[in-house]
Design a protein around this ligand. Structure first.
Ligand code: F6R
Length: 265
């Protein structure tokens, strides 16, 4: 795992936005795995600004979102489809046919989950998977004790997650109890993953993800198995890391590591 700790939230968000922009600039047909949530709102704002400013075309980019609420129609204002259309797909003129989310109102959740997995495989897999982090250690909607071998499926949301997403719905009872989500194994198959966690509320989960045991109790700890996982934190999210000094020595202020030439001794 590459752990990058930025002094403030804005720098951490800017790093993530620039990584995505750089990938698409180099490979206009990239396949992106996308996340939603509060953390990504500002990242997408920066990404849109950067892409428009630098004339980076997203029109051939394919994307697969991590998750969608079960029972919530794509045109519902709290759906993740609506979120993505508003914040990324429409501002960047991305093609509807190339941007996919699980269908939250499919006739059969299992059939839809299998279709989604097949659609990802059909395009050759995901080049870069963006992730946020739940305060309980979830990635996607893989709640604690999700199998590390899980694939896309329907999951019951924990009360912690439902509380965290309460703000997107009019009434507490409107917050869905279920979501379709990529599984941990689906996420681990992406060729690279980039997780952003900001704020003190994420510090415990961040420490468990990076330094804790590999455990289904902290689903994000599965990223320890990924050969190309970059974890981006701001100072608040990093504050419970035991090895924080080491991470900051290797990547001061989130900078790339510089390895000096070898000296024979
Ligand atoms: C969203 C998702 C979730 C969020 C996580 C953090 O598509 O998959 O895992 O990334 O719940 O959410 P925020 O950023 O709202 O704290």
């Amino acid at each position: 795992m590459k752990i990058l700790i930025f002094p403030d939230t804005e720098q951490a968000e800017a790093f993530v936005a620039l990584e995505v922009a750089a990938l698409v600039s180099k490979r206009p047909t990239a396949v992106l795995g996308l996340a939603t949530g509060g953390t990504m709102e500002r990242v997408y704002g920066r990404l849109v600004a950067c892409a428009l400013d630098q004339d980076i075309a997203f029109t051939q980019v394919r994307s697969f979102n991590l998750d969608e609420y079960w029972g919530v129609a794509p045109d519902h204002p709290a759906s993740y489809t609506h979120y993505m259309n508003k914040r990324l797909f429409q501002p960047l003129d991305m093609h509807q046919a190339l941007t996919q989310l699980p269908n939250g109102i499919a006739a059969d959740a299992d059939v839809e989950a299998a279709r989604y997995e097949a659609a990802i495989s059909a395009v050759g897999g995901i080049d870069l998977q963006l992730l946020g982090l739940g305060a309980n250690g979830h990635i996607g909607f893989n709640e604690p004790t999700s199998s590390l071998g899980s694939r896309t499926r329907i999951k019951t949301l924990t009360q912690t997650t439902r509380n965290a997403n309460r703000r997107y719905f009019d009434k507490a009872q409107d917050v869905p109890r279920f979501a379709l989500t990529m599984g941990i194994a689906t996420i681990l198959e992406a060729r690279a993953v980039l997780l952003l966690a900001t704020g003190a509320a994420k510090s415990r989960a961040a420490a468990q993800m990076i330094e804790g045991p590999l455990s289904a109790f902290c689903p994000a700890s599965a990223l320890q198995l990924h050969p190309k996982a970059t974890i981006v934190l701001d100072a608040d999210a990093a504050r419970e890391l035991t090895l924080r000094d080491y991470f900051e020595e290797v990547h001061p202020h989130g900078a790339r590591a510089s390895v000096p030439p070898a000296h024979r001794t």
